[in-house]
Write a protein that binds this ligand. Structure first.
Ligand code: LLP
Length: 469
């Protein structure tokens, strides 16, 4: 029989047999409970991490990032070499970019994709070779493009006719020759389990397929630009290959037509590989995905009688997502009686939408576990919320947690490695948490946490003695 709280549970949420279990797909492989029931990551108890660094705290498991980066590289290398070509994997830095993370992925044989001047500076500060960087963005400024060309960036992914002319002027002025890819919109949108394909797209990125030929013709006229191929990214958090297959087929039609006017050595199919956020998500192993996507490209090339180009991919979330775990301390709990007769358990933690905007922005689902001990209580449907002055400030919308969760307990929210820290804000003047890397029983701060002084530091009125009218 359903308890009143269970009537609020979404259909997909499974009541766990053991409310303290750690479903493998959403946690770093090193996560386990120690003899006292304390959740530990890379051999370090979360209680020790919380004591050392405070909460909230984003923990990143270095081995998890490295092994995922390696798995992508090995899988795409193998798939490409089966068809006599090569594949480069660019880590999409927007998912989480710090100098340390950039060094890990480069050490594992990846390149890095950046999409602003700021991300470019992080990659350069990390010592990433400029030649192994790709530069994205629909509105790169002249200053950003000048900097990229001056440092000798590997590839610029051109997004508009105006950008082509900006690059023509910059390369003419500096005598540089810049490699460029042209970003196209294939009309394929892939989201999780379904994909949708349209001929006309109402979105800001890239060139519609019908206009790309003209853009490439213009690039080929410019002495300072070296056209190397097409780029297409179809979405994020994608499960399965159907969307990639359809998109590749549309883009290859254009690729084949462009071969009549000159060489087209490369094809970049973007990122978007999905990860597990809750125990119901079941992403396909990367080895399978890589094989099927590259097979689809090879088939498309064969059907058109063209050689398979050198391939590249840009995973972000799939490299760092499940390597990250956020640790919060519980501040209050509350059982709210609803008109329907059901009661909802609210558990408030000491962070929220300022360190993880994804639930508020996208309705994203996460999961959580009691971390500082195992719970004794039964599984209680709970909603984990933040401390911000906003009712949409939800961290985990629906989760079964032990009924005895209480103030002072630590909660761990897995799969927060991607698009959480990069989207963090200071809403309500809440300082952004530190990022701490863990490996082999050791922890290191890779981005320090903000202090209240940091947060106040931009307020030019602090210290002023009077109010000026
Ligand atoms: N390449 C391009 C050109 C992209 O625009 C993106 C993501 C990626 C690669 C990496 O996609 P990934 O493998 O990480 O799915 N903030 C949103 C996701 C925005 C993705 C933007 N572009 C979220 O939190 O879900």
């Amino acid at each position: 029989m359903l308890s009143p709280a269970d009537s609020l549970a979404p259909e997909w949420l499974v009541v766990p047999d053991d409310v303290n279990e750690l479903p493998a797909a959403v946690w770093p492989a090193s996560t386990a409970r120690d003899g006292d029931g304390v959740l530990q990551i890379a051999g370090i108890p979360t209680t020790v991490l919380a004591e050392t660094y405070g909460t909230p705290l984003l923990v990143i498991d270095e081995d998890e990032v490295r092994s995922r980066a390696r798995a992508f590289r090995v899988a795409f290398d193998a798939a490409a070499s089966d068809h006599g070509t090569t594949a480069q994997v660019y880590y999409a830095g927007k998912a989480l970019l710090t100098t340390t993370v950039a060094r890990w992925v480069v050490d594992e044989g990846l390149r890095v994709d950046v999409c602003t001047g700021g991300e470019l500076e992080v990659a350069l500060a990390a010592g990433v070779a400029p030649s192994s960087l790709g530069f994205h963005g629909n509105n790169k400024s002249v200053a950003e493009l000048e900097r990229a060309v001056a440092v000798g960036i590997g590839t610029i992914i051109v997004d508009s006719a105006i950008e082509i002319e900006r690059l023509a002027a910059i390369t003419a002025r500096t005598d540089a020759v810049q490699r460029v890819l042209v970003r196209v919109i294939s009309g394929v949108h892939a989201e999780t389990h379904d994909f949708l394909a349209t001929a006309h797209e109402d979105q800001k990125f890239g060139f519609p397929l019908a206009e790309a030929e003209q853009a490439v013709a213009r690039i080929r006229e410019i002495p300072g630009l070296d056209f190397v191929g097409l780029h297409c990214h179809i979405g994020s958090q994608i499960f399965g290959v159907a969307g990639f297959r359809e998109s590749a087929s549309r883009v290859l039609e254009l690729h084949a037509a462009l071969l009549e006017g000159g060489p087209v050595p490369q094809l970049n199919l973007g990122g978007g590989f999905g990860i597990a956020y809750t125990s119901v998500d079941d992403p396909t192993p990367i080895e399978t995905l890589a094989g099927e996507i590259v097979d689809a490209v090879a088939e498309g090339c064969e059907a058109r009688g063209i050689a398979i180009p050198a391939l590249s991919f840009e995973p972000g979330r799939a490299i760092v997502g499940t390597a990250g775990v956020t640790i919060y301390e519980v501040g209050t709990t509350k059982d709210v009686a609803l008109e329907s007769g059901a009661t909802r358990r609210y558990i408030s933690v000491d962070g929220g939408m300022s360190d993880n905007a994804r639930p508020a922005l996208y309705g994203a689902q996460f999961s959580a576990r009691l971390a500082s001990r195992t719970g004794e209580g039964a599984a209680q449907l709970s909603r984990v919320v933040g401390k911000h002055c906003e009712s949409g400030d939800i961290v985990v919308d629906h989760e079964y947690l032990p009924a005895d969760v209480a103030p002072g307990d630590l909660l761990a929210v897995p799969a927060t490695g991607a698009y959480c820290a990069p989207l963090a804000s200071n809403y309500n003047h809440v300082p952004r948490p530190p990022i701490v890397a863990v490996r082999d029983g050791r922890s290191t701060v890779i981005v320090r946490g903000e202090t209240i002084a940091d947060v106040l530091s931009r307020d030019a009125g602090i210290g002023a003695s009077e109010i000026h009218r």
